[in-house]
Design a protein around this ligand. Structure first.
Ligand SMILES: Cc1cc2nc3c(=O)[nH]c(=O)nc-3n(C[C@H](O)[C@H](O)[C@H](O)COP(=O)(O)OP(=O)(O)OC[C@H]3O[C@@H](n4cnc5c(N)ncnc54)[C@H](O)[C@@H]3O)c2cc1C
Length: 342
């Protein structure tokens, strides 16, 4: 009979990230599909009692913990020994965990220490004839593969946004805390601070409900024959900040950085499409963008698509958007910002 271990780590404030609850739902569904596999939760972090309490109603057999100052922040050396200890204690056949920079760094090494195998970027899990099969995409999301393995434990690292987050009752949990020794070699790496961009400069927000895409049209001559790039910058930034949307771009717009005046806060990291990213948001709004195939292929996982373009024959009109507003995006976004500000 399979045994499943869900791994999760806390965030700075002691809470669990959304991905942990999404992975918990994946674990519970998988356990049911396997005919009632036993589920154990393994938590990692500084102080994890409140995170554990939030999972009280999930039906896990036990909640294991490796906690304390040595495990408060991400560090490969201490995280791998912690995960190894959790896996040895739970003795699972399957280990599921949400994708995070912390787990992406330590789980491959931990899987090796446990003589297991690991798959990352999992986008689907099913049980066929009693056998677990997983899905992941290759070659920039163009080919999907279904995989299975004999080796156990099998580590599966789940992409965000694939499963709904688990929502269940919180309560009071008796943690089973594991003592994990961390020697001075492990402590050689210390986190002395975190540098992040200002929240205003941080325009890529994977958890946002809305993806706002800016296209090259924002930097083209407008009806009056003039460029309005500073105005475009202001409209886009106001919209992003007021709506808390994530900012995407077409390739043509980000490529302009070598050609003089451009949208200053846009970089290649914002690019969506065949040679860019394939983000997952429930809604998307494209503006001043033509909707060509190499761009819209990056919209594969956006459920509801809308676009604003002056061109009634653009790619969006040809079946790639649910709604196309044939309108001037400068005017529409100015009006939207006015409404959002209220
Ligand atoms: C191998 C390959 C890979 C590629 N990979 C990618 C990729 O990953 N991502 C990507 O985006 N592209 C990619 N491309 C490029 C892609 O084919 C298009 O050239 C690009 O997406 C066009 O960008 P755009 O729509 O912003 O610009 P444009 O084609 O210049 O379109 C601008 C649009 O803005 C509209 N507009 C102008 N002013 C306004 C206004 N005031 N209000 C409303 N609308 C207005 C115009 O009508 C026009 O439709 C790739 C191409 C190739 C060959």
């Amino acid at each position: 009979m399979d045994k499943i271990l869900l791994l999760a780590h806390t965030q700075d404030d002691g809470s669990l990230p959304k991905g942990a609850y999404e992975s918990l739902n994946a674990v519970l569904k998988l356990a049911a599909d396997l005919g009632g596999a036993a589920v154990t939760v393994g938590l990692l972090g500084g102080d994890i009692q409140s995170a554990a309490d939030s999972l009280a109603g999930c039906g896990a057999v036990s909640i294991l913990a490796v906690s304390g100052e040595d495990f408060a922040t991400s560090r490969y050396s201490s995280d791998t020994v912690a995960v190894e200890a959790l896996v040895k204690e739970a003795a699972p056949t399957l280990v599921l965990a949400p994708t995070s920079s912390r787990f992406s760094r330590c789980l491959p090494g931990a899987a090796y220490r446990c003589d297991g195998r690991i798959e990352t970027h999992i986008t689907g899990i099913e049980v066929v004839d009693g056998k677990v099969q997983v899905q992941r995409w290759y070659y920039r999301q163009r080919m999907v593969a279904t995989l299975s393995r004999e080796q156990r434990p099998w580590f599966l690292v789940i992409d965000p946004g694939v499963f709904e987050p688990w929502q269940g009752a919180a309560g009071s949990v008796d943690l089973q805390t594991l003592e994990v020794a961390v020697d001075d070699g492990c402590r050689r790496t210390r986190v002395i601070g975190v540098q992040t961009p200002d929240s205003d400069a941080q325009t890529i927000r994977p958890d946002a409900k809305l993806l706002f895409v800016a296209g090259a049209g924002w930097t083209k001559k407008q009806a009056d024959g003039q460029l309005h790039i500073k105005q475009a910058e202001g409209l886009i930034l106001d919209f992003i900040n007021n709506s808390k949307a994530s900012l995407g771009s077409s390739k043509s717009l980000v490529d302009q950085s070598s050609e003089g005046e451009v949208i200053s806060f846009m970089s290649h990291l914002n690019q969506v499409g065949q040679t860019g990213s394939t983000p997952r948001h429930s809604k998307g709004l494209a503006t001043c963008c033509h909707g060509e195939e190499p761009h819209t292929v990056g919209w594969r996982f956006i459920s509801e698509r809308r676009a604003i373009s002056l061109d009634p024959n653009c790619g969006w009109a040809q079946g790639k958007a649910d709604v196309l507003y044939v309108a001037d995006a400068f005017e529409v976004i100015a009006k939207a910002n006015e409404l959002l500000a209220k």
